[in-house]
Design a protein around this ligand. Structure first.
Ligand SMILES: [Zn+2]
Ligand SMILES: [Zn+2]
Length: 255
């Protein structure tokens, strides 16, 4: 009799295998693995898909008018705070509020190895990009520190960015931005503590493999934006090395 722990281990290996799949990894192999280990919806745990149509439909996109630079509710295109602040971000848009079932989806993608959730979630980012008429030359994910990425095995923001960029036909330039300092988790910190926490945490090199940063418009991708401190620090590093404009796109912002 196979114990639950062994089933969990095999499931985790399956997801990692899918994550590392080669370009010739065939669809039928993935289908076979799904037959052996049926996926469960991240929102309601129903069997058959990673995110069922009901939960997908329950992720309501933001309706009321929002500030184009911080995504908070606003009476005009730009809120009062952003009109008088010197933000490095030219634009910030979010798919939805950080509520269920999106909260569980992000948690599973980020902490529980459900890497294939990046596909539907990345597609949502691409839809949001089109809805708000964003324009970018290439896509960059908010980087993890290499040590943290090694521990987790992947950077969830990069998985999201890769799907989003592929859907939009944009190139990725993740190597331009690196996290050079391990930072404490932002959760639980005040706004000023969050800003302090990420100062100097990112380094930008202006030349990628096939891409040049100077004069370009960058689309930054992350899962959640709470105060914007991390995105702001990334944008500052990119602008200092010659980016013309930095826009940010996230899955969720706090309600
Ligand atoms: Zn569901
Ligand atoms: Zn604003």
């Amino acid at each position: 009799m196979i114990m639950m722990g062994q089933i969990s281990f095999l499931w985790f290996r399956k997801e990692r295998f899918a994550l590392r799949r080669r370009p010739d990894f065939t669809r039928w192999t993935e289908c076979l693995l799904d037959l052996l280990f049926p996926p469960r919806c991240a929102g309601c745990a129903s069997s058959g898909s990673l995110l069922c149509p009901v939960c997908l439909g329950a992720i309501a996109r933001l309706q009321e008018q929002r500030c184009s630079r911080c995504a908070l509710p606003s009476h005009g295109p730009t809120c009062r705070r952003c009109r008088f602040s010197g933000s490095s971000l030219f634009a910030l848009q979010a798919v939805a509020l950080y509520e269920e079932p999106l909260r569980s989806c992000i948690h599973r993608l980020k902490y529980q190895g459900h890497t294939r959730l990046a596909q539907p979630l990345g597609n949502m980012l691409a839809s949001c990009y089109r809805r708000y008429h964003l324009r970018a030359d290439f896509v960059v994910a908010v980087p993890l520190h290499p040590e943290r990425e090694r521990q987790r095995g992947y950077n969830h923001a990069r998985l999201l960015a890769d799907v989003c960029a592929h859907e939009l036909g944009l190139p990725c330039a993740h190597s331009l931005l690196q996290r050079v300092r391990v930072t404490a988790a932002q959760a639980g910190l005040s706004i000023s503590e969050r800003q302090q926490n990420v100062i100097g945490a990112f380094y930008c090199q202006p030349q990628g493999r096939d891409l040049s940063l100077p004069g370009s418009t960058v689309l930054l991708i992350d899962d959640v934006c709470t105060t914007g401190a991390t995105l702001e620090a990334c944008a500052t590093a990119l602008l200092q090395r010659g980016a013309a404009t930095v826009q940010a796109l996230v899955l969720a912002i706090p309600g």
